[in-house]
Design a protein around this ligand. Structure first.
Ligand SMILES: [Zn+2]
Length: 392
């Protein structure tokens, strides 16, 4: 039987809609289950054992594994199953078309292209070489990446561990060894309401929040002096949302603010939150507020894998062998790698396709790059088997 080409495989994956449920209300296209079933079928045909982790009802994560139960080494491959929505698309989202050397459709680049390249690369020869070298392969299909990496965290918390992790995303075939973390939190202040004509009788939660903003600004300024990453640059702060007060002539009793803090690998997110707690405690003890609370919304750690380590070195070498000039790189965006870098050894993000075409109205991937990615990953799995064979 002729082997199916990587673009045939990608076309099949794109034809199975898996829009993140928060991006669409149409049940005909939303949810990860259909594409997860498709991938499970593909991998079980190749001898993978299939396991499901469905902590959020209707939103399964796929855990497929191949190789010895007591391996010398474990590699984890991960791709998110969801895509963004399809509103305003100018190409057919689920009927992939090839034109001018490109395949168009939702997910062609983010991230079904990189996923197809990896699935195609895991042929019987590679799988046999890996398991013969005592290397176990764990493939994770995670739900909910586009809205907050929920699936990746569910899988990481489930106890999945590996010596190295390759997260499949369109990186233009550059091995991403580091990206920033995301710390999202909400500050809630409770003052005391009073009539607007007697503000001295109340305690304005809005004026108190102004002091919190001032404190956050001086903290980020200090952090930007203290921390600078040679690849990622400076940590950042964005106050994305604020809401306070109920009427023009009432002293506001309540004020709520949402903060988006991007962190560097060297920073301690708990310390960042503790400093906010200290500010709130001072406002309370000075009587400016009755109550102040910080709620953590999301703490996704930054990723920092050594650029001169085993994983990045192997990726760079396999790129060179495929005719791609690549070197260790950093990224401004966030990925599922944060969740897995906390529980795996070296972690990298890699794949064909460009993030510039992700989430666009005419999303596409260059077929030639898809081929290079698939070939490069085949080389990667062979090289991994050799590496593991050589390990004590
Ligand atoms: Zn993605």
């Amino acid at each position: 039987m002729m082997e199916q080409s990587v673009e045939e495989l990608l076309a099949k994956l794109v034809a199975v809609p898996s829009v993140n449920p928060e991006h669409s209300a149409d049940p005909a296209v939303t949810g990860e289950r259909r594409v997860a079933d498709f991938i499970a079928g593909y991998l079980s045909d190749r001898g993978f054992q299939i396991e499901w982790l469905e902590k959020t009802p209707g939103r399964p994560n796929l855990i497929a594994s191949y190789g010895p139960d007591d391996p010398k080494y474990t590699v984890l491959l991960e791709a998110h199953l969801d895509t963004v929505g399809i509103d305003g698309m100018t190409v057919a989202p689920f009927d992939p078309q090839i034109r001018d050397g490109r395949m168009y459709g939702r997910g062609t680049t983010d991230t079904k292209g990189p996923l197809a390249a990896a699935l195609w690369a895991l042929d019987r020869d590679r799988l046999q070489a890996l398991s013969g070298a005592s290397c176990r392969v764990i493939f994770i299909g995670a739900m909910g990446e586009e809205t907050g990496n929920e699936g990746a965290f569910e899988v990481a918390e489930h106890g999945i561990r590996a010596d190295e992790a390759l997260i499949l995303e369109p990186t233009e075939m550059q091995p991403i060894h580091t990206h920033k973390g995301t710390l999202w939190f909400r500050v809630e202040l409770l003052g005391l309401s009073a009539h607007g004509s007697n503000p001295e009788l109340g305690r304005s939660a809005i004026l108190a929040m102004k002091k919190v903003i001032d404190a956050l600004n001086s903290q980020i300024e200090a952090d930007q002096h203290r921390f600078e990453d040679p690849v990622l640059g400076l940590p950042t702060l964005n106050i994305g949302r604020i809401h306070g007060g109920t009427a023009l002539n009432i002293v506001p009793e309540k004020c709520v603010m949402d903060v988006d803090r991007r962190t560097l690998p060297a920073e301690d997110t708990r310390a960042i939150l503790r400093r906010v707690d200290v500010v709130l405690a001072k406002l309370k003890s000075s009587g400016e507020i009755r109550e102040g609370k910080v709620h953590l919304i999301k703490d996704c750690p930054a990723v920092a894998t050594p650029p001169d380590g085993r994983l990045i070195g192997r990726l760079v070498k396999c790129c060179a062998e495929t005719g791609v000039k690549a070197g260790p790189a950093g990224a401004a965006w966030y990925s599922d790698a944060g969740a897995f870098s906390a529980v795996c050894g070296e972690t990298a993000v890699f794949g064909p396709g460009s993030i510039k075409q992700a989430h666009t109205c005419d999303e596409f991937i260059e077929i030639s790059e898809l081929h290079r990615g698939a070939k490069c990953l085949r080389g990667f799995f062979s090289a991994l088997a050799d590496d593991v064979k050589g390990m004590r």
